[in-house]
Design a protein around this ligand. Structure first.
Ligand code: PEP
Length: 321
């Protein structure tokens, strides 16, 4: 298993673009099969470094690349279970003022606890700031005490929802199947999904990160269509970097993002892979955001702790300038 994921990195994505046709199969089994085949093809051809080298140098020279420049650059905050309603509104209004004075060069989203959504959405309506929830139910409606449906989230004025966050997987036992259903309901109700994937420390230490992340993608997302994928944003969040102060190096992030894009190309086709935004999350801060965002496959960040202070979040947003 570890063998066939080695070498699937930034050159892998280029190789996939040249080698793979979109997989048309609809069943999960066939899709998994196509996914594995695509990785095997990458392995065989993974020693074509010139593709990656050209890509890197294009980006660092700020050459306009019509393909990578077409996908959205996004900085999204994840407030988690922090801030009461008044504190949340204060922060939203501070950010609104900061971005009105100095317009961002990327899309900006704040994902808040459910109780903040309607008021925060009102406060930032008509501005560049989008609003999202941090979760939604896997049921449409009914007797599910304490749950909040995708339709209810949408009715607050929110347009996004984070799904698959490692804290939901780890502390609330959210499985790939359950997440697939949440994604289905979120999309059906007009929400854009920020779908989180990422390996834990032991998996990285065992060299299994690509296998783990590839399976998370395949098991929750590969049954959707390329059209549906247009409303999905991916967030690669190595669990060992979340809230720990330990950031993945920009090379580690780029390798994984390129691998993820390769998986998307193998299943949904080259165009879908070029279009999808892949955010990095895990102790991202103003001091490291610029280096991370400079990588060709890193399209922005999902920000936890640093989204709770306007100056820090704005500092990360400014990394796109
Ligand atoms: C997160 O939980 O999504 C996250 C990225 O957290 P932090 O930035 O605090 O590591």
């Amino acid at each position: 298993m570890a063998m066939w994921v080695q070498g699937v990195g930034r050159s892998g994505y280029r190789l996939l673009r040249r080698q793979m046709q979109p997989k048309q199969s609809k069943t999960a089994g066939m899709q998994r099969c196509g996914y594995r085949i695509c990785l095997l093809r990458v392995l065989r051809l993974a020693d074509l470094p010139t593709f990656a080298a050209n890509r890197e140098s294009n980006h660092s020279n700020q050459t306009i690349n019509p393909q990578t420049d077409m996908r959205k650059k996004i900085v999204a905050g994840n407030w988690k279970m922090n801030l009461n309603l008044q504190e949340g509104l204060t922060l939203a209004n501070e950010l609104k003022a900061a971005l009105a004075a100095d317009a961002p060069a990327c899309d900006v989203v704040i994902c808040t606890p459910f109780i903040h959504l309607a008021k925060v959405a009102d406060a930032v309506a008509g501005t560049v700031i989008g609003v999202g929830a941090e979760n939604c139910a896997d049921k449409e409606k009914g007797a599910y005490t304490g749950e909040v449906s995708a339709a209810q989230v949408k009715s607050t004025g929110a347009d996004y929802v984070i799904l698959g966050h490692s804290e939901r997987r780890q502390y609330y036992g959210e499985t790939a199947e359950l997440l697939k259903e949440k994604v289905r309901l979120a999309l059906a109700n007009g929400l854009k999904v920020i779908f989180c994937i990422g390996e834990v420390l032991e998996e990285r230490e065992a060299g299994r990160q690509n296998e783990v992340v590839g399976s998370q993608l395949a098991d929750s997302l590969f049954d959707f269509t390329a059209d549906e994928l247009q409303n999905i944003i991916l967030a690669y969040e190595p669990v060992w970097a979340i809230g720990t102060g330990k950031t993945a190096t920009s090379e580690q992030a780029e390798d994984m993002h390129a691998f993820i894009r390769g998986c998307i190309a193998g299943r949904f086709g080259e165009q879908a892979a070029e279009n999808i935004s892949i955010l990095y999350g895990g102790s991202c801060k103003p001091s490291n955001a610029r280096e991370l965002f400079a990588k060709p496959d890193v399209d922005g960040g999902l920000i936890g702790g640093a989204s709770l202070k306007c100056a820090d979040f704005k500092g990360i947003i400014d990394a796109w300038k």
